[in-house]
Ligand binder design. Structure first.
Ligand code: ME8
Length: 510
């Protein structure tokens, strides 16, 4: 089946959505739109992660009951996505009853299969990370992530026999180079596995310490560890194991996360799936951090960028474009408003915006506002068309591989070539000479390449792409357009089509 299924992390409700969350969800949305244009039945899902100590503490700090607190923040995430023009097919909360049922069924299955045992454990527990640290892992006695002293806790708990899965998981990652991408994260996971330190995973918390969680089906004195609960949301969101949604989408499942949660996705999750008798996901895609002034953006550090402020100030699509263009998927990137404005002016106002306004105003002036008919290519057009097809083929291959920045760079190679072509073909001279045939060829070639450009930009800038289509006299219909043919042929734009009066698409920002 030609399906595509992508998940974002389900975000913790201990803090308000910020640029980091917006980036992952916008990437998921752009990728899903791209796959739809490639002809696939493509969806992405998102949601909120609501159980565990971290959320209880945030609710206490806010002076609210934890359930009510989670509902409010979860609703904030849910309301944000349409405002960023991202369209998840499902929004899952880990407090949803169907999700709880799935987690309990899954725990029951793994327990019955003998992969869960009861044992004593002591260690340094960091509430921020929701995990135990060994002496060796601490840095100067502090949690390496949060730089706080963990509590030393000793208690009886349930453990998942994760260590027994080390061998096949290592083999699976070795044999399937695509399983974890980009390569550096695959290497990181293999290095971790090769060091042979895969422990069993503590998957319970005694209710004496934490009640805000899903009760273990085989011991009502305990709730489930938040990660064992959260990861299963990827399956409950599509209806649970065996459902129609599961049959349709799970075989193509891909995950999208930042590097902070590489280990749970690369190690906990595949071993959980194997233990529960569920086929593994296909691919884990890992991106880097957005930094502000060289440090990771996070609520505790107080250097948050609010996505809606940026969208309101510079336009949503310009913001989406910036995020995908600026970050090389896999590496960290710096966020600054100066950087955003510079890109907006250079790429959007100058390169793309100028191309549209120059060409459209010439069509309006020289061709009575209708798409002219082409009449035979010269070497100039042949070279331009070769370049266009090459750029579009590159764009498609790179975008499909999550290399968004390079994909857009490739598309801009075309945009810049089109601007150069305007200069060298000089339609104004042809108009003055009364060479209607050549003028028709030049302007038609430009309009057709602009249509292709707009179409390829739709995943990243949906509203602007639709505006561009309107400017070209067309109505954008995502479900009827397929990208593959666009890198092979020209001429889908019909001559004679009347165009509306040109408007400025990307005004400069000062
Ligand atoms: O980890 N740069 O939730 P979370 C880039 N609930 N991306 C960032 C970012 C930054 N500075 N900050 C956050 C959790 N993100 C768990 C996930 S999944 C079963 C459970 C994005 O709210 C990025 O996608 O801490 C990162 O992986 C995620 O938010 C972490 O969100």
């Amino acid at each position: 089946m030609n399906t595509f299924f992508l998940t974002t992390p389900i975000y913790y409700v201990n803090s308000h959505p910020h640029l980091g969350h917006a980036y992952t969800t916008i990437v998921a949305d752009a990728m899903t739109r791209f796959q739809r244009l490639m002809g696939r039945d493509a969806i992405f899902i998102t949601g909120t992660d609501e159980h565990g100590d971290k959320i209880v503490q945030a609710a206490e700090k806010a002076g609210q009951e934890v359930g009510a607190f989670s509902t409010v923040i979860s609703a904030e995430f849910r309301a944000l996505w349409p405002q960023l023009n991202t369209r998840p097919a499902a929004f899952i909360r880990t407090t949803d009853p169907e999700h709880k049922r799935l987690v309990q069924e899954f725990l029951h299955r793994v327990h019955a299969a003998g992969d869960i045992y009861f044992g004593e454990y002591s260690g340094h527990y960091c509430y921020g990370c929701e995990r135990f640290y060994t002496d060796k892992e601490l840095e100067g006695g502090l949690c390496p992530q949060h730089q706080v002293k963990p509590d030393f806790i000793s208690e009886k708990n349930y453990f998942f026999r994760m260590s027994r899965h080390q061998e096949w998981l290592t083999r699976h990652i070795r044999d399937n180079p695509d399983f974890i991408q980009p390569e550096r994260y695959r290497t990181e996971v293999l290095t971790l596995l090769d060091s042979g330190i895969l422990d069993d995973l503590c998957i319970s918390r005694p209710k004496t310490r934490l009640t805000w969680g899903i009760e273990l089906p085989f011991d009502s004195r305990y709730v489930c560890y938040v990660w064992f609960d959260a990861l299963l949301s990827y399956i409950s969101a599509i209806g649970g194991v065996g459902s129609a949604g599961y049959e349709r989408y799970w075989p193509q499942a891909q995950h999208l996360v930042a590097k902070d949660i590489l280990k749970p996705h690369a190690i906990f999750w595949p071993t959980m799936l194997r233990a529960g008798g569920v086929p593994l996901y296909r691919r884990l895609n890992v991106h880097g951090y957005w930094l502000t002034r060289e440090t990771k953006m996070s609520k505790s550090l107080g250097n948050i960028v609010t996505p809606l402020d940026m969208a309101a100030r510079y336009g949503l699509d310009a913001f989406r474009y910036f995020l995908l263009r600026e970050m090389h998927f896999g590496s960290d990137a710096n966020f600054s408003e100066e950087g955003l404005v510079a890109r907006l002016n250079a790429d959007l106002a100058n390169d793309l915006g100028n191309l549209f306004s120059r060409v459209l105003s010439m069509v309006s002036r020289y061709c009575a506002g209708a798409v002219p008919a082409p009449a035979g290519d010269t070497d100039l057009e042949s070279a331009l068309k070769d370049l266009a097809l090459e750029c579009l083929a590159n764009f498609q291959a790179l975008f499909d591989a999550y290399r968004f920045s390079q994909a857009l760079e490739s598309l801009w190679e075309l945009v810049r070539a089109l601007n150069k072509y305007v200069d060298s073909a000089a339609p104004w001279t042809l108009a003055k000479k009364g060479d209607a045939k050549r003028l028709g060829t030049v302007l038609y070639t430009l309009l057709e390449c602009m249509r292709k450009t707009a179409l390829h930009l739709w995943p990243v800038m949906p509203e602007k792409a639709e505006d561009m289509y309107r400017q070209l006299g067309l109505v954008f219909q995502a479900d009827t357009v397929l990208l593959p043919r666009e890198k092979e042929s020209f001429g889908l734009l019909n001559a004679g089509l009347p165009l509306p009066a040109p408007v400025s698409l990307f005004p400069r920002v000062d």
